[in-house]
Design a binder for this molecule. Structure first.
Ligand code: C2O
Ligand code: CU
Ligand code: CU
Length: 456
């Protein structure tokens, strides 16, 4: 049954439809908007055999969770995994107690236990959800999903297409290769060998012609960095990490781990026309999926995509902001053993500190303590030869400038720092709590590049 459901999803292009389609997979109960269960699940990813993955509600792609801007969202989460977990709602400015970080914001959810997440989403846009424990394994094996917050007023698109990117490290028979190798963890991260979009290799997704589409791209991979282009096809960039930008023509746009892009396009009228989505590496365009016109929606093309309404993010007061600086460095040390007897590598540091595993009794000090309501400017310096998508929970920040590229200031929850790049970001510390602050290359955060900021 589960297998058939998955195959049907594949055949219809599943997550691409704009109609609510989660009724198939989501159980609704009067008490909760969603019931979400994490468990072991074999997944049909390669021809050679099933993959012993982990999945939400027994499926990959995971159910798309939809919420309304400004309205509460309730999720009853059940842990049917063999290990502890927590679920984090990436990019949502929520109540700290709902942020899903073990020890810092809640106790780990034990196997067999459940936890009710309930929060309001102040911002609309494309977000995602994932565990915040045993992340290399839990995310690497499939526990990643899209969380869409709909604008209070409906936007004028004929259709939306969710493109969730995740690569896998698989042998021919579908079994997993090691998800992390120290020599890669100490560099750019261990990348997968099977690239998928919505769980399919190089999918061709049917779309209507003469239609306006909202593409929602999500990089839910553990390590891979994309640079997105639609080639010759005219496309407008509408939002970065759920935060609307003044629409501009898409050339090549970074989509590092954890990041999302909303892109508006108008499809051509000719049935069979394909629009490819590429990952650009230098001069090389690698196709990752394509959209194919399968029928025609109307006789004349729709008007071009309009700007999305802004989210209610506070503008930092730059003239009164306090300055803090954060240096991300490569340490390259190997600590012999952790308390549970495992060798643990510590390769990365923030301000000379590597994160070491925590518990309730053993919480490290915050990297910074911010005063509620005050504006801050962070000076970020990546003193390493590798890229780091730096992510902050619970707060949205504005990227002001960089010494490596021209920046039109934009709001975001994750900023990619290229090798040796220095950037300035600013924020208003308007959400109280302890907020994780880490690189989203999962192996980097697990080997030191992680900390938290406290706002009170
Ligand atoms: Cu996707 Cu700590 O976050
Ligand atoms: Cu997050
Ligand atoms: Cu990193």
């Amino acid at each position: 049954m589960k297998r058939r459901t998955l195959l049907q999803w594949g055949a219809t292009g599943a997550v691409t439809s704009a109609v609510p389609h989660f009724s198939l997979a989501m159980s609704r109960s009067p008490q909760y908007d969603y019931v979400l269960t994490a468990s072991e699940q074999t997944l049909p990813l390669v021809d050679g055999g099933l993959t012993p993955g982990l999945a939400f509600n027994g499926q990959f792609p995971a159910p798309v969770i939809r919420a309304k801007q400004g309205k509460p969202l309730r999720i009853h989460f059940i842990n049917k995994l063999a290990q502890e977990t927590t679920i984090h709602w990436h990019g949502i400015r929520l109540d700290n107690a709902m942020d899903g970080v073990p020890y810092l914001t809640q106790p780990p959810i034990k196997p067999g236990e459940s936890f009710d997440y309930e929060f309001t989403c102040p911002d609309a846009g494309t977000f995602w959800y994932h565990p915040h424990m045993h992340s290399i394994e839990q995310l690497g094996k499939g526990l990643v999903g899209a969380l869409i917050v709909e604008e209070t007023e409906a936007q004028n698109f004929d259709r939306e297409v969710i493109l969730g990117f995740k690569d896998w490290r698989l042998n021919k028979d579908g079994s997993f290769m090691p998800l992390s190798e120290p020599r890669h963890a100490a560099r750019a991260g261990t990348v997968g060998n099977i690239a998928t979009v919505n769980g399919k290799q190089l999918p061709v997704i049917d779309v209507p012609g003469n239609a306006s589409l909202r593409l929602r791209l999500l990089n839910m991979d553990n390590s891979r960095q994309f640079a997105i282009s639609l080639g010759e096809h005219q496309a407008s960039l509408l939002a970065i990490d759920a935060m609307p930008v003044v629409p501009r023509s898409l050339t090549t746009q970074d989509l590092a781990v954890g990041m999302r892009l909303d892109i508006g396009i108008t499809t051509p009228a000719e049935i069979g026309t394909e629009i490819a989505v590429y990952d650009v590496k230098g001069r090389f365009y690698q196709k990752i999926c394509s959209l194919r016109v399968s029928d025609v929606l109307r006789n004349t093309p729709p008007p071009p995509p309009k700007a999305l309404p802004p989210n209610p993010v506070s503008e930092p007061d730059l003239s009164n902001a306090e300055k803090l600086s954060f240096v991300f460095e490569w340490a390259g040390a190997m600590t012999p053993v952790t308390s549970d007897g495992h060798a643990m590598n510590e390769f990365w540091t923030i301000n000379r500190r590597a994160w070491s595993s925590m518990s309730h009794e053993n919480l490290p000090e915050p990297l910074a303590e911010l005063r509620l309501g005050k504006s801050y400017i962070f000076d970020l310096y990546n003193a390493t030869p590798h890229g780091h998508p730096i992510h902050l929970h619970g707060l949205i920040f504005k990227v002001l400038k960089s010494d490596k590229k021209d920046i039109t200031p934009f709001f975001t929850d994750t900023v990619l720092l290229e090798k040796n790049e220095r950037a300035q970001i600013a924020l208003v510390a308007d959400n109280p709590g302890q907020w994780m602050y880490h690189c989203h290359v999962i192996e980097h955060m697990k080997t030191g590049l992680m900390g938290y900021i406290s706002v009170s």
